[in-house]
Design a protein around this ligand. Structure first.
Ligand code: HEM
Ligand code: HEM
Length: 184
């Protein structure tokens, strides 16, 4: 049953948002360090292992998050926002779910499968390959994951800036609805 929520996100939604945000940002940083400081920091692929072990958990937690989101409505956006801005917020959130939380981990999983490399979720168990290994598709798979990762960096950076704008310039309580210690 759908539970309406006028004061802010439920505490479960907040835990899921901030937990996944932390894992996402760490995974992004690890991906960059692993690739661009390979000789200095990643000579034996330790950071690549960590990147994959951490980032792959997003796929599992996402299932819980989407289920919770479908059963619990988010708080209404403030009346001070124009219909266009409300639509923009909705599209932004859909993009975050679809691209940053679904397409990006899937593209990493696809790349590792094409490359015939293992993904050990949290260092505990192996993800089965998504597709059969194929050296001919290696460059394409690498390109897709790399470019999706950079586009998502811009998307999440924009999400952060918009949240800060709402908080410090518009002072409309949107960020408070996602912070701890509101009523619910
Ligand atoms: C199942 C999940 C994922 C797998 C298997 C995976 C796999 C990989 C691999 C193998 C690399 C290359 C690392 C190296 O060459 O040492 C990489 C790079 C990278 N990944 Fe992932 N990844 C996954 C999810 C993610 C997620 C969720 C993010 C963002 C939060 C992300 C962001 C990046 C970034 C930024 C790079 C570096 C791109 C560059 O070359 O500039 N990946 N990933
Ligand atoms: C960097 C710090 C971050 C801040 C300050 C932040 C802030 C917020 C705020 C205030 C909302 C509620 C917006 C509203 O009520 O309309 C929100 C929602 C959301 N955030 Fe973030 N966020 C951050 C990081 C992230 C990251 C890294 C991701 C995922 C890649 C993410 C994904 C989402 C999604 C999907 C929603 C929509 C929630 C829903 O209604 O289902 N956020 N964020």
């Amino acid at each position: 049953m759908s539970q309406s929520n006028t004061d802010g996100y439920t505490s479960t939604a907040k835990w899921l948002h901030w937990g996944m945000a932390l894992v996402w940002i760490c995974s992004w940083g690890l991906g960059i360090l692993a690739t661009h400081w390979r000789d200095e920091l990643n000579p034996h692929h330790e950071l690549t292992f960590l990147h994959k072990a951490l980032a792959s958990t997003l796929l599992f937690v996402l299932v819980v998050r989407v289920a919770w989101r479908l059963m619990n409505r988010p708080p209404a956006l403030p009346e001070s926002m124009s219909p266009l801005m409300k639509r923009g917020a909705m599209i932004g959130h859909i993009l975050l779910y679809a691209v940053a939380l679904i397409a990006l981990p899937l593209s990493g999983w696809y790349w590792s499968s094409i490359a015939d490399k293992p993904i050990l979720v949290l260092g505990l168990f192996l993800l089965p390959p998504l597709v059969a290994p194929d050296p001919d598709l290696y460059d394409l798979a690498k390109y897709i994951h790399t470019w999706t990762a950079w586009c998502c960096g811009v998307l999440v950076g924009g999400h952060l800036l918009v949240a800060l704008k709402h908080h410090f310039l518009d002072k409309d309580g949107i960020l408070d609805g996602m912070l701890p210690n509101t009523k619910n």
